[in-house]
Design a binder for this molecule. Structure first.
Ligand SMILES: [Zn+2]
Length: 395
């Protein structure tokens, strides 16, 4: 039997982490593919281009005082001296900022800006701001952000712009540091600031991992994203989901080759990336009308309570008792993560996550604190048993 704790430890120990296209991400997808192959599944690893990134803590110095600056993930770096221009509104962006460091605050930094070309939704307001920044001639863009739990998880400061296509160097400051910096800038508006922002990005490749058994023309797809945000071990988000996926593979290893519905197991590589490259690659290659049901596991296994399930367009006669039989409870709707890739296309979907997800978004998700010791392997076993039983009940 698979050692679920050891698998989770291995997924969370890769270096630097599981950001798509990184060495750690390749180590993780290789581990998943090897485990599925060993369990007798037919495995494919379709590859696609992504942008990889590395950054380190930076700093800004003004009038002899220094503040930490966090490089925006997937942004470019910059080091040098320039005047600092504060901008708190869209109107402020219209001024002459050529060669300056723009310091965004207030109404401009209430939440992350939608990345350019994000495939699943857009915002006219965010597009206007991004366009104005890129046309400003500024040397770099810094944003005073803070937290935005629902969208950015437990990150402080969140990245205003997390976008490998954004053309300017970008970094972020926490609210306390940013407030002090604005006060010094107000006293010394002509002072020259010195910025050190070490970051760089480069092209790489990444892969989804797909394993199949039985009739694929009428199938159930079980999905868990294998990637992470930069800088998190990603135990709850979403090493646990991958471990559940692997355990489902083990529980269904005896499924006959002509099983109908068939089963597709998908380790998706892009849920936590603005590039969503794994999702787009899968959608381009897949006829979703062949998927009878999608089951997504993301954020499950936190030791604080049971695993929660929620449904999206599932038929009334789908019996969910196998989930309850294995300790899962019904939870609130959660219209995020990879089940929406299916639900938005009209495919019935089920999502599994921790019942404490709303608290985890504040305390844990996307942060360095998302470590394996916070998980309960009994919950992972229960989730896998529930999924496997629900699938077997369709045969
Ligand atoms: Zn996730």
């Amino acid at each position: 039997m698979l050692d679920l704790s050891a698998l989770l430890e291995a997924l969370c120990a890769v270096v630097p982490d599981r950001r798509p296209g990184s060495p750690g991400n390749h180590a993780a997808t290789d581990l998943v593919a090897r485990t599925l192959t060993d369990l007798g599944w037919t495995v494919e690893m379709p590859a696609f281009p992504v942008v990889d990134w590395a950054g380190e803590p930076g700093q800004l110095t003004l009038d002899g005082r220094t503040w930490p600056v966090h490089p925006s993930p997937y942004g470019t770096g910059w080091s040098g001296t320039a005047r600092l221009h504060a901008a708190g509104s869209e109107a402020d962006l219209a001024g002459d900022h050529a060669g300056a460091i723009l310091l965004l605050h207030g109404a401009l930094t209430t939440g992350p800006l939608t990345p350019k070309g994000y495939p699943f939704y857009g915002s006219d307001r965010d597009t206007r701001i991004i366009d104005a920044l890129e046309a400003s001639g500024a040397a770099a863009v810094l944003a005073i952000t803070g937290t935005a739990h629902g969208i950015a998880g437990a990150v402080d400061p969140f990245a205003l712009i997390e976008d490998s296509a954004f053309t300017l160097p970008a970094g972020d400051l926490r609210r306390d540091a940013g407030g002090a910096l604005l006060a010094v800038l107000a006293e010394h508006p002509q002072a020259v600031a010195e910025l050190a922002l070490p970051a760089r990005r480069w092209p790489s490749t990444a892969s989804n991992v797909l394993a199949r058994r039985g009739d694929q023309s009428d199938r159930i797809t079980v999905v868990a994203h294998v990637d992470t945000k930069p800088g998190t071990p990603g135990a709850i988000d979403n090493g646990t989901g991958v471990v559940v996926l692997l355990r489902v593979a083990e529980l269904l290893a005896d499924l006959p080759d002509d099983a109908r519905p068939g089963v597709e197991l998908l380790a998706m590589n892009g849920e936590d990336s603005h590039q969503a490259a794994g999702e787009l690659d899968y959608l381009a290659a897949t006829d979703l009308s062949r998927v009878r049901l999608a089951i997504n596991v993301d954020g499950a296994g936190h030791r604080s309570g049971p695993t929660a399930y929620s449904t999206y367009g599932t038929p009334d006669d789908l019996d969910l008792a196998p989930l309850a039989d294995h300790g899962l409870v019904e939870g609130p709707p959660w219209p995020q993560s990879d089940h929406m890739v299916f639900a938005m296309a009209g495919v019935p979907a089920i999502a599994l996550t921790s019942s404490a997800m709303q608290a985890l978004l504040v305390e844990l998700v996307h942060s360095p604190h998302d470590t394996p010791d916070l998980t309960d392997p009994v919950l992972l076993e229960g989730a896998a048993q529930g999924i496997a039983a629900l699938i077997r009940a369709q045969h």
